[in-house]
Design a protein around this ligand. Structure first.
Ligand SMILES: [Fe+2]
Length: 487
C-alpha cells in the first residue's frame, strides 16, 4: 500500500488509464485481486475506468449541492422506513412474502450475493495509510467496523462465511460474471485509492445507506428459519443518524474541502455513487431464481461424477441410471421419468418420496451425496406441485399470529437471542503453543519493536487487506490498529 494518497488527482487517474491495457472480466479480476492484488492493480484500474463509463449511463440521484446531502440522506432513510412499515402492515394483513418463495430461494440468494458480501468493506481498505489525517477517520472507522474491530463475531466477512457454511452454500465460485461485478469493483477500489479517492467516497455513500431490500430480506430470512443477523447488523450500522451513512457524508464534506477543485471532486463522487448500480443486485439475484432450473443444475453437476456409479439393475422407465445421467440435456426428462415411475411424489412431503429416502437419513444409500443446500432445493421442488408454481412464486401465506411471532422473533434476534451464538473468540490453550499462536505473538513483538507509530500502522494495515482481515492474524492486526488509531 502506498502512503502518498492524494486527495484528488484526476490527471493521475487519467494518466494511469492506458488504452492498451486489456480489461479483465469481473470474475477473473475478482479472483486475481484475492490471489495477487499487486500484480492485478493495472488491470483493476482499466476495469474501474470501464465500469465508470457504464455507471455514467445510470440516472444522477445525488442532490446538486453537497450542502443538501445530509437532508437528502435523511429523507431517503425516512422514505425507506415508511415503505417498510407499509410492507409489515401488508404482511400482517396476510400478504405473501415479497422476495422468497421458499427456503431454497432464500439460500440461493445468500449464495448469489456471496461474491459481494465476502468483499464487504473492501473499497475502504486503501484509506488505512491516511490515519494521520483526521478527515479520513470517518472512512477508516467505517472500514474497522466492517472488520468488526477485529472481533470475529462482528467481522462482516466472517459472519457471512459462517452463514454460507451453515447452509451448505459455500460453492459460489461457479456463479456468472454479473455476480462478481460489485465485488470486483470493491477490490479494485481497495488497491487504487490513490487514483480513485472521490469515486471511493461516492461509492461508500451509495453503499452505506439503508436500502428497503435489506429490511425485507432480514424479515423474510428470519421467517424461513435462516439467521438474519448479518443483515440486521447492517440495519443498525448503516443508519443515517450516526452510522455509516452519516460517516459517509462527513467524509465527503471533509475531503471535498481539501480538494483543489471541489466541483470536479463532486462530479467524480457522483460516478462512484453510481458504481453501486452495476452488475447483479439483491433484487436481480432474487428475481433470477428458478427452482426447477436450480434443481437441474444441481443434478447436472452430480451427473459428472454419478454417471458411472450406478449398477445396471437401477432402472427408471426402462433405462439405466448411468444412461440417464450420461447426457446433461436428459436431466429434466430423467426427473419427469422418476416422477412418472413413482420415485418422486410431487406436491407431498418429501419423506413420502422413495427417492428422497435414498438421500436423507444416516442409512440412506446416497447419504452425503447432496449438501444441505442441495437437499433443500430438492425438498422444495418435490413439495411444490406442477400446478402450484404460481402459489410457490408468491410464497406461503401465514396466519396473523404466525406473522406476529415472526416480528417478535426478529426483534429478539436483533438483540441477539434466538439463534445459536456464533463464533468463538480465540482462547489460548494452556500447554503447547500452536503455530497460529506463535504467529500472533511474533506480530505483537514486531509491533512493539517498530521504530515508531507510522511503521507499526503500515505493518498492521498490510495484514488488514480484504483477502486476510478475517484470519486470526488479520483480526489481531485490526484490534491493534484500532487501539493505535485513537492512541
Ligand atoms: Fe458490512
Amino acid at each position: 500500500m502506498t502512503s502518498s494518497l492524494a486527495v484528488d488527482s484526476p490527471e493521475r487517474a487519467a494518466a494511469t488509464a492506458t488504452s492498451d491495457t486489456a480489461i479483465p472480466t469481473a470474475k477473473a479480476l475478482y479472483f486475481s485481486m484475492l490471489d495477487n492484488p499487486e500484480e492485478a492493480a493495472v488491470e483493476a484500474r482499466a476495469f474501474l475506468h470501464a465500469q465508470i463509463e457504464l455507471a455514467r449511463c445510470e440516472p444522477e440521484e445525488l442532490p446538486e449541492s453537497v450542502t443538501q446531502l445530509s437532508g437528502w440522506v435523511q429523507g431517503r432513510s425516512e422514505a425507506v422506513g415508511l415503505a417498510y412499515r407499509e410492507y409489515l402492515n401488508a404482511r400482517k394483513n396476510g400478504a405473501a412474502r415479497r422476495y422468497f418463495t421458499n427456503k431454497s430461494h432464500a439460500l440461493a440468494f445468500l449464495k448469489g450475493a456471496a461474491p459481494t458480501k465476502l468483499a464487504d468493506g473492501a473499497w475502504l481498505y486503501g484509506t488505512l495509510p491516511r490515519w494521520e489525517n483526521p478527515d479520513f477517520h470517518p472512512l477508516i472507522k467505517t472500514y474497522l467496523e466492517e472488520l468488526g474491530d477485529g472481533v470475529p463475531d462482528k467481522n462482516h466477512v466472517t459472519l457471512y462465511r459462517r452463514l454460507l457454511a451453515a447452509h451448505g452454500c459455500e460453492h459460489w465460485e461457479g456463479l456468472s460474471d454479473p455476480h462478481f461485478v460489485q465485488g470486483a469493483i470493491q477490490f479494485a477500489l481497495a488497491y487504487n485509492a490513490q487514483d480513485f479517492l472521490p469515486e471511493i467516497v461516492g461509492y461508500n455513500l451509495g453503499y452505506e445507506q439503508l436500502p428497503l431490500h435489506l429490511l425485507i430480506t432480514s424479515y423474510e430470512l428470519n421467517e424461513l428459519g435462516i439467521d438474519p443477523y448479518y443483515f440486521t447488523l447492517h440495519v443498525t450500522v448503516d443508519n443515517a443518524g450516526s452510522g455509516h451513512a452519516h460517516k459517509a457524508v462527513q467524509a465527503l464534506r471533509n475531503l471535498m474541502a481539501q480538494s483543489s477543485d471541489p466541483a470536479a471532486f463532486y462530479r467524480r463522487v457522483l460516478d462512484g455513487y453510481r458504481l453501486n448500480e452495476l452488475g447483479a443486485s439483491t433484487t436481480s439475484i432474487i428475481a433470477g431464481f428458478d427452482l426447477e432450473a436450480e434443481l437441474v443444475e444441481i443434478f447436472t453437476a452430480k451427473a459428472v461424477v454419478g454417471k458411472n456409479m450406478h449398477s445396471d439393475y437401477c432402472r427408471v422407465a426402462g433405462r439405466s441410471i448411468n444412461d440417464w445421467l450420461a447426457e446433461p440435456a436428459q436431466i429434466p426428462a430423467f426427473m419427469a421419468a422418476m416422477e412418472g415411475a413413482g420415485w418422486i411424489k410431487r406436491g407431498e412431503d418429501a419423506e413420502n418420496s422413495r427417492f428422497w429416502r435414498l438421500i436423507q437419513g444416516e442409512r440412506a444409500e446416497m447419504f452425503g451425496v447432496f449438501s444441505s443446500y442441495e437437499q433443500q432445493v430438492l425438498r422444495d421442488w418435490i413439495q411444490s406441485s406442477r400446478d402450484d408454481s404460481t402459489a410457490a412464486r408468491t410464497g406461503r401465506v401465514l396466519s396473523h399470529r404466525a406473522r406476529q411471532r415472526t416480528l417478535d422473533t426478529l426483534n429478539q434476534h436483533a438483540e441477539r437471542g434466538a439463534y445459536p451464538e456464533r463464533g468463538l473468540i480465540r482462547r489460548r490453550r494452556s500447554g503447547a503453543e500452536s503455530a497460529g499462536d506463535a504467529e500472533l505473538r511474533q506480530l505483537e513483538q514486531k509491533v512493539a519493536d517498530a521504530a515508531g507509530k507510522p511503521e507499526a500502522m503500515a505493518m498492521l494495515a498490510r495484514l488488514m487487506s480484504p483477502a486476510v482481515h478475517h484470519t486470526a492474524i488479520g483480526l489481531m492486526a485490526t484490534r491493534m490498529y484500532s487501539q493505535l488509531l485513537d492512541a
